[in-house]
Structure formats: structure tokens, C-alpha cells
Write a protein of this length. Structure first.
Length: 449
């Protein structure tokens, strides 16, 4: 009997840096490479070529990307570079002349071609390597769902449009088809991401496409409604507070979309916002937040704020603190302004000293931690749904997230006596304690899928 010995496929190592949108890019590249017959290597030593997906948003991120490239070259020597910093190919090649190829963001075909050249695939008709839903870098039970690329805004501190271009929306039927496959493959939570989720479909004039016999517009509201019908948690990220966001709140009240909004307010002072060239910010934001919460009392709002932006005065910062006290956001991240080459704000007058930035950063974080602790303490004694992320077989404990918590950036729910649970389970839990960021409790019963 003749036995066919399959050749060993080439192996690719992957280093993925930056935001969830870059992670989705990595997943798409990996899915294509696996479809072409490649295996993935968990370390440098076992890889025939290493792919580094870089971030170029801030100078600190660029330096981290350069360090990752240097490490990959030192440990392996055969390196392909892609991602946002790929726009600065000259910088990369000047520092690392031995890199095999450099491509920019979303240049999937060029990346795959570079890997093919560095480590040619071995054809094999005997193995179907890729599951229908593609391959993921996130755990099986949650998935990032990218609905568009690029951004039409020109914020003074940001170079994303330069790196990723103007807004390009995906067709709604293509998004829904991808989401449907992910849910069928075990996804319990869909995290909708883009540079500006609220602007989805603007570039294609909110055109309709047929989906399951009905027309669906390329619009955030329509897309959210259809995603909600898939019976997974749907979490909206990067939502600018345009007026039509008000139309998503009823979908949360119906249970189609999680009661969660990730809104990058960035500041509250009107003067600072003007200098930032920020869209969709007006004096009615607090009023709208109160209206949203009146419709959905358990609505969680997370946001990020920049302190020390050029020209930010003591009055501007006091305005921000007062606004935060009034808004009582559930999750807040703060960043000290960092000059980025190519961003208009870098050349602005009235740069804020580093020690003042640090003081303001600490003040925002302290205030936000107090508000968070107060809001979480109010949940003690209540029952909430928790999506399990990890289970500790030794201690019998489990860690998960509530509907108010996105993975990695928000808090967690730590459960005792939960050894019988598995990642991806949704369980009803009684909350027994809290701190500034997390909740602690015990599972009651598993919620059916």
C-alpha cells in the first residue's frame, strides 16, 4: 500500500501590536495564510518567517513597533513588516535594512505575497486548513467585527486618516454574513469596531442591500438591529455622539444591543474641543446622556480623555473635572497629550509642560476611580449576567465580564464556586462585593445560549 507523506507546511510567527482594528487585520492575514497551507508558530525559533503588524499612532507606539521588529530580526532574522507604521518604510529600512518587506495597513494581498516569497507555501490537496469562520486571535467566545476602514475627520492630534485613509464602509450584507458565521462557530459576543462607527455608510450614501429577503441600509442603526437578531451580545465601540445615536438607545431597551456605548469624547471644554477639531460635541451632551439613561437605566458609558492638549488652561481642566463629576461615566481612560509627527497639534503654540500633564492625568484618574467605585458598589446585592472568559480549575473560581465590560479595557467580574463553568458560558451571578474597577460574586445559574 502506498502511503502519501504530507510535506511539512511552512510556519509563520505573528506579532500583532496596536488597537483591536489591527488585531482584526492580523486575523484576516492569518486566515488567508492558513488557507494557503501555512502553519502558525508560537515562537521565533519555529518560524520560517515572522510577520510584525505594527502601530504608528503615537511616537511611543512607533518605538514599541521598532523594538518588536528588532527583536524579531535578532531572534529569527526573516521578518516582514506591515500595519500603520508601514507608511514609514524608509524609517524602518534605515534602522533594519534586513527586513524582507514593508507594507502599509490593510494591504492584505501585499503582505501575503511577501510571506509567499519569503517562505513559499507547499501545495496539499488533502487538507482543508481553515474553518468557515476564519481563524481568530481572540478567544472563541468573542470576536471583533470591523465594519469600516479609515476616517473622514481631521482631528488635530490624530494621524489615522493619513495612515488608513478616508472612510470606506463595508456592505451590510457582508458584515452580517461574517457575523452569522462567527456566531455559528461559537461567538457569544460581537464587538463592533471602526474608526467612527456612527459614520458607517456615509461614504456609500447609506445604500440598501438585500439580507434574508429584506433591504438593510448601510447605517449604524439598521446594522445594529440586524446584528441583534443573531442572539449574541452586540457591543458598540468608537461611537461619535451624532444625533442618530439616539435611535440606537431603543434597541438597547429591547435587548438587541448591549446597554453599552464607547464614546471618545476626548475633552469637555468647548475651547479645547475647537482646538482639537473634534466633531459631534455640543453643549447638549450631558442632556442627551440623561435622556439615554432615562430610557436604559443600566446603560454603561465608557470614554477616553486627553489632558494637556496644547492651550489647555486651568479653567479648561476645571471645566473637564466638573463635566466628569456631572456625567458620572462608568469607565474612563485618560491620556497625556503626546506630540505625533504629522499631527497639526504638534506644531501648536502653548504646549503644556509635562509635570502639569502628569498632575492633570492623576486628577482625572482619581476622580474617575472614585465615581467607578461608587457605581460598582451600587451593584452589590444585585443579580447580573456574566460572560465567562477564564476558569481556574485549581481554585474553582472564574473570571468574566458583565454587559458593562468590554474585554481588556474595562473591569471584570470574579466568581467563586464556579469550577463547573466554561469559557463562553453566560451565567447569572449574585454580586457580593466590589472595588474601584471589578465586581465579585457567585454564580446562580447558566443562561441558555
Amino acid at each position: 500500500m502506498n502511503v502519501t507523506t504530507l510535506p511539512k507546511p511552512p510556519r509563520v510567527g505573528l506579532v500583532s501590536l496596536g488597537c483591536p482594528k489591527a488585531l482584526v487585520d492580523s486575523e484576516r492575514i492569518m486566515t488567508k495564510l492558513r488557507a494557503d497551507g501555512y502553519d502558525m508558530s508560537p515562537d521565533y525559533a519555529g518560524a520560517d518567517v515572522v510577520l510584525v503588524n505594527t502601530c504608528g499612532f503615537l511616537d511611543s507606539a512607533k518605538e514599541e513597533s521598532l523594538e518588536a521588529i528588532g527583536e524579531a530580526i535578532a531572534e529569527n532574522g526573516r521578518v516582514v513588516v506591515t500595519g500603520c507604521m508601514g507608511k514609514e518604510a524608509d524609517v524602518i529600512r534605515n534602522r533594519f535594512p534586513d527586513v524582507l518587506a514593508v507594507t502599509g495597513p490593510q494591504q492584505y494581498e501585499e503582505v501575503v505575497a511577501a510571506v509567499h516569497e519569503a517562505a513559499p507555501p507547499v501545495p496539499s490537496p488533502f487538507i482543508d486548513l481553515v474553518p468557515e469562520a476564519g481563524l481568530k486571535l481572540t478567544p472563541r467566545h468573542y470576536s471583533y467585527l470591523k465594519i469600516s476602514e479609515g476616517c473622514n475627520h481631521r482631528c488635530a492630534f490624530c494621524i489615522i486618516p493619513h495612515l488608513r485613509g478616508d472612510l470606506v464602509s463595508r456592505r451590510p450584507d457582508a458584515i452580517l454574513r461574517e457575523a452569522e458565521k462567527l456566531v455559528a462557530a461559537g461567538t457569544r459576543e460581537l464587538l463592533v469596531i471602526s474608526q467612527d462607527t456612527s459614520a458607517y455608510g456615509v461614504d456609500i450614501r447609506h445604500k440598501e442591500w438585500p439580507w434574508k429577503g429584506e433591504p438593510v441600509r448601510a447605517h449604524m442603526t439598521d446594522l445594529s438591529r440586524e446584528l441583534g437578531k443573531l442572539e449574541a451580545w452586540v457591543r458598540l465601540h468608537y461611537v461619535y455622539p451624532y444625533p442618530h445615536v439616539d435611535n440606537v438607545i431603543p434597541l438597547m431597551a429591547e435587548g438587541l444591543v448591549l446597554p453599552y456605548l464607547d464614546i471618545p469624547f476626548q475633552h469637555a471644554s468647548p475651547d479645547v474641543l475647537r482646538r482639537m477639531r473634534r466633531p459631534a460635541n455640543d453643549a447638549k451632551v450631558l442632556q442627551r446622556i440623561r435622556s439615554w439613561r432615562s430610557q436604559v437605566p443600566d446603560l454603561a458609558i465608557r470614554s477616553s480623555f486627553v489632558v494637556g492638549f496644547p492651550g489647555e488652561t486651568d479653567h479648561d481642566f476645571a471645566y473637564l473635572l466638573k463635566w466628569l463629576e456631572e456625567a458620572r461615566l462608568d469607565r474612563v481612560g485618560a491620556f497625556k497629550f503626546e506630540a505625533v509627527e504629522g499631527a497639526p497639534a504638534t506644531a501648536m503654540d502653548d504646549q503644556v509642560p509635562d509635570d502639569v500633564k502628569q498632575e492633570r492625568y492623576e486628577a482625572v484618574m482619581a476622580l474617575s476611580a472614585r465615581i467607578s467605585a461608587e457605581k460598582l458598589a451600587a451593584k452589590v446585592g444585585t443579580d447580573i449576567d456574566v460572560l465567562i472568559d477564564t476558569v481556574d480549575g485549581e481554585t474553582g473560581g472564574a473570571t468574566g465580564r458583565s454587559k458593562a465590560d468590554a474585554p481588556e479595557i474595562d473591569g471584570e467580574v470574579h466568581l467563586r464556586d464556579a469550577g463547573g463553568l466554561n469559557p463562553g458560558d453566560v451565567v447569572s451571578a449574585r454580586i457580593e462585593d466590589s472595588d474601584e474597577h471589578d465586581l465579585f460574586g457567585v454564580p446562580l445559574e447558566t443562561v441558555p445560549a
